[in-house]
Design a protein around this ligand. Structure first.
Ligand SMILES: NCc1[nH]cc(CCC(=O)O)c1CC(=O)O
Length: 323
């Protein structure tokens, strides 16, 4: 097979955050590409992002737009790296001009997972006692769990996965809600006590998938990346991202989704819920996978008619006031 890269001597520079999860994901991408293109050299370049440095402020307050991606994006624009590997859910739905989401890889389980302190090893999310302290920094997780289990308490938790698990084991929290995918990728599936069912909590847009971003005019890189794209995950995530893009209020928001793909039929469910869990709008749309983004927009319109904008505007005002 002839290489799609016109200059065979080109070294491809992959950008990554330095966290353990980011590196595991990036090395996986490097390995897959190396298998497909044995004659090309792929190098990993790590960078710190704002999100890695600001660890003491609640995510909801600083907003998470590009917090984990901006430095990598600058690296691409400045030609220091050729593409960046992200957890897709950390990648904003609107990218800087000149950059594109060129590839979405196969998704791990996109659901959230309950991880418990040893003393609750016989409990499930619906049997945890009154006052159980759950660690999460996500308004989406908080709002949906409050809706179903108003007797639980919630406390902010930041830091990488190992830090969070150490805080749980030390007794700072009774349980954590974490992405199942992150635990799986780090070889810590044994810490998944329960996968949270979608009836209880819808997952974040893009959760469990990797998104690879590159310069929009770099045709060579774009065609290399096609080799590791997963079309089913891509269609699901494009629908999810179009939904979020259409609704977004400009900060980290309690918006959840679920998608299913049967043949060419894509089903997208979305929720917008108030932080206290009291007001929610939820609906489902279905259609052709080839029109994934249209479905996302359609669901956003449907939920707006049901009051999604009012819920989001109120949250945005509250966060700005600092409450
Ligand atoms: N914002 C943090 C973040 N970004 C991606 C993951 C996990 C892996 C994934 O969802 O792909 C996590 C941790 C978590 O939510 O528990």
């Amino acid at each position: 097979m002839t290489s799609v890269v016109s200059s065979p001597s080109r070294t491809v520079r992959i950008g990554s955050r330095k966290s353990q999860l980011a590196l595991v994901q990036t090395y996986w991408v490097q390995e897959q590409l190396q298998k497909s293109f044995p004659d090309i050299k792929f190098e990993v370049h790590t960078m710190s992002t704002q999100g890695d440095n600001i660890l003491d402020v609640a995510l909801a307050k600083i907003g998470d737009k590009g917090l984990f991606t901006k430095e990598l994006e600058l690296g691409m624009i400045n030609q220091e790296i050729d593409f960046a590997v992200h957890s897709l859910k950390d990648l904003p739905t609107n990218l800087p001009s000149g950059l594109t989401l060129a590839c979405i890889t196969e998704r791990e389980n996109p659901a959230d997972a309950l991880v418990v302190h040893e003393k609750y090893k016989d409990k499930q999310i619906d049997t945890l006692p009154e006052g159980t302290v759950i660690g999460t920094s996500s308004l989406r997780r908080l709002a949906q769990l409050r809706h179903h289990f108003p007797h639980l308490q919630f406390k902010d938790v930041r830091g990488n996965l190992n830090t969070r698990l150490a805080k749980l084991d030390a007794g700072d929290y009774d349980a954590l809600i974490l992405a199942a995918a992150g635990l799986q990728r780090l070889g810590m599936s044994d810490r998944i006590h329960q996968v949270i069912p979608s009836e209880v909590s819808l997952h974040a847009v893009g959760q469990g998938a990797l998104g690879i971003e590159c310069r929009a005019d770099d045709g060579e890189i774009i065609s290399l990346l096609k080799a590791i794209e997963h079309p089913e995950t891509r269609d699901r995530c494009l629908a999810e991202r179009a939904f979020l893009r259409d609704l977004e209020g400009g900060c980290q928001v309690p918006i959840g989704v679920n998608t299913e793909l049967n043949g060419d039929n894509l089903t997208l469910t979305g929720i917008v819920i108030s932080v206290d869990g009291q007001n929610k709008v939820q609906d489902t749309v279905a259609g052709k996978a080839s029109e994934a983004e249209k479905l996302g927009t359609q669901l956003a319109n449907t939920l707006r008619q049901q009051g999604a904008k009012e819920i989001l505007d109120k949250i945005f005002t509250e966060i700005q006031r600092g409450s």
